[in-house]
Design a protein around this ligand. Structure first.
Ligand code: NI
Ligand code: MN
Length: 227
């Protein structure tokens, strides 16, 4: 059995057979974070959906400390390699087989860039992740608007979908419920809300809207689900 622990915003800790990993580890400076960047002693991978601060977050410090390999799109991976990190550079639509299972990058309608001293030093395409653990698939959507591409995920038989509901920069609860209709995941966890005033949302309302089609699980930061 694998475990997904919600760490707040879009950050998760994943543990399953052959894998200990983080998704989008925005922990320092995250008012919802249930743990700090120093907590996990052993990590194999860090999946980073895009370079915005609230996703790239503490990736550099955590990867340096643990030796975890960062999985990201090519441009972001090259940028992080330049900082001395180990990476797996992929791109949207690509799939790789890793020791624990397969990973595919999925499309995301959003932006991605890193600025240093007020200058953009890396502009990139954002992504989501389809990660196979113990034969089951997790879809971490990253930051995205609703898109028809999501209907392609129905054939993947997603076990757990992690979908943003905060609106403003990403899907709101209404569009996330429509995404559930396209993806048909067994379990859905709403994320990316209430971290900042501009992304206030009602996860229980989302759960009610989507509840007929999926098992909607509203997790508080620090809570886990097993699948
Ligand atoms: Ni973003
Ligand atoms: Mn974001």
């Amino acid at each position: 059995m694998a475990t997904l622990q919600y760490l707040g915003h879009a950050a998760f800790y994943l543990e399953g057979q052959g894998i200990k990993a983080l998704f989008d580890p925005f922990l320092s400076g995250n008012p919802l974070a249930s743990e700090g960047p120093e907590v996990r002693p052993i990590l194999d991978y860090i999946f980073v959906s895009h370079a915005h601060d609230d996703h790239l977050g503490d990736t550099e410090a955590i990867a340096r400390r643990t030796g975890a390999v960062v999985v990201a799109t090519n441009e972001l991976a090259l940028y992080l390699e330049g900082k001395g990190l180990k990476t797996i550079a992929m791109h949207v639509g690509g799939r790789v087989s890793l020791s624990f299972g397969r990973v595919k990058l999925t499309p995301a309608l959003h932006g991605s860039s890193v600025s240093e001293n007020g200058r953009v030093v890396c502009a990139d395409q954002p992504c989501g992740f389809l990660v196979e653990v113990e034969g089951k698939k997790i879809y971490h959507a990253g930051d995205t608007g609703l898109s028809m591409e999501m209907s392609l995920l129905a054939a993947e038989e997603v076990e757990v979908a992690i979908l943003p509901i905060g609106g403003h920069y990403v899907m709101d609860a209404e569009d996330a419920a429509r995404a559930v209709e396209l993806i048909r995941p067994k379990i859905t966890v709403p994320v990316h809300y209430d971290t900042f005033p501009s992304i206030r949302a009602d996860p229980v309302g989302f759960a009610r809207k989507a509840g007929g089609l999926t098992e909607a699980r509203v997790l508080r930061p620090g809570e886990s689900l097993h699948f």
